[in-house]
Each structure stands twice: as structure tokens, then as C-alpha cells.
Design a protein around this ligand. Sequence first.
Ligand SMILES: O=C(O)COP(=O)(O)O
Ligand SMILES: [Mg+2]
Length: 232
Amino acid sequence: MSSTNTSASLAFDAVLLDLDGTLMDTIPDFTVAVNAMLADLKFAAISQAEIATYIGKGSDNLIRRVLTSVQGGQTPTEELFKQAKVSYTANYHRINGDQAIIFEGVRPGLECLQAMGLRMAVVTNKNAEFAVPLLERTGLAKYMQAIVCGDTLAERKPHPAPMLHACNLLKSSPSRTVAVGDSVNDALSARAAGCTFLAVPYGYNEGKSVHSLDVDAIVDSIEHAARWVAAR
Ligand SMILES: O=C(O)COP(=O)(O)O
Ligand SMILES: [Mg+2]
């Protein structure tokens, strides 16, 4: 791919990237924080595979789904939820990024997209207090002109608002913006915003195959996404 190519000759001006399950494999961190929370509350640990099915709609949703599971399907009281959230937040801060790894193809893909002159933002349902330090710690923040988090707006993905907000910040119309994500939340949000949507198959998608999603393409990696964008 030519690094002298600029966005003027491309179909897109901007790329919006999901974080958990797309840029980074954060499941080991989620597992440590969730199980430390369960230990604090005197519940037994649950498996990483189960936790992976609860990722995608932000940490409050994750905590509620975990508590419902360990209580045999019973919805947690608000008091238990609040206690759990305090523990989860402290534990996630303690371990944020310790075991998370950047997926193969992410750094070369971001380098290519940057070299093509595309503006980039992360659009994640992870709250800012976790997402921003993680992106800074890993060196991924330097590629981003904006970071839109789960608590940046009143609405989070699958609502279109976070994608539209990122388009505004990057001064890119949705029709010239491509979103890349791993889950139904990304797909619905991107579609409702009017963005092109590419799915990666290696993330979480609440335990379901990405083949069930409404996508423009499934790409193996962010490097593959960059090639797809360059070829439009
Ligand atoms: O925190 C979550 O539940 C998911 O975060 P993501 O939007 O980066 O995949
Ligand atoms: Mg994700």
C-alpha cells in the first residue's frame, strides 16, 4: 500500500475503532476484576468464557449480568449492585492493562490508516476512567484525534449518538466514515449513524458469531481493515 496516498483520493475521511475485542484483548483484565469483585462479595468465581459473553454494553451492564448469574438468575438489588460497582471499579483500576494485549495487526493497521491521511477515534463502551489510561499506557492514544467513551454521552452503543459525536469531533460526515468493531453494539450503532461498518471476528460479540451481524465486510485484522479502506 502506498503511504503517499491521502484521504482526498479515498472513499473515507475517518475511521472509528472499538476498543475491547477490536484493538485489545481485555478479557483477562475483565476476568481478574470481576472475580476479585465476586470474592469481595463472597461469591464463587466464574469462568472467563462466561464473562466474555457479558462484555459489550459497558461495565454497569457487565456487573448486573454477573450478579444475576451468580444469584441463579435473580436480578441484584440496587444495594448489592452499588456495593459490587465500588469493588469492581477499585479492582479494575488496580489491574487495568496488566494482562490485556493488543491484537495482531493493530499497530501496522493504525500506521497504514494514519499514513493514508485518515483521522481516527476510539468509540468504546468502556468508561473513560479505564479506557483513556489504557490507550495511553499502550501507546494507542497517539493515533487518535478523539476518544468517545461509554460515559461521554447519556447514550452508549448500540445507540448511534457516540458514533455521530465522534464523526462531529473528526469533522467527517457519517457517509465518509468507517467504523470497525467486534459486536452487535458496534454494528447497530454504526448502521443507525449512517457509517460503513467492518467487523473483526476475533472479539466477543456477547458469545455470538459476527456472521449474524449486518456488516459491509468481515476483516481478519485492523491491518486487513486498512487494506479494505485503501481499496475503496
Ligand atoms: O466495555 C464494554 O462493555 C465494551 O467495550 P467496547 O465498546 O470497547 O467493546
Ligand atoms: Mg468491543
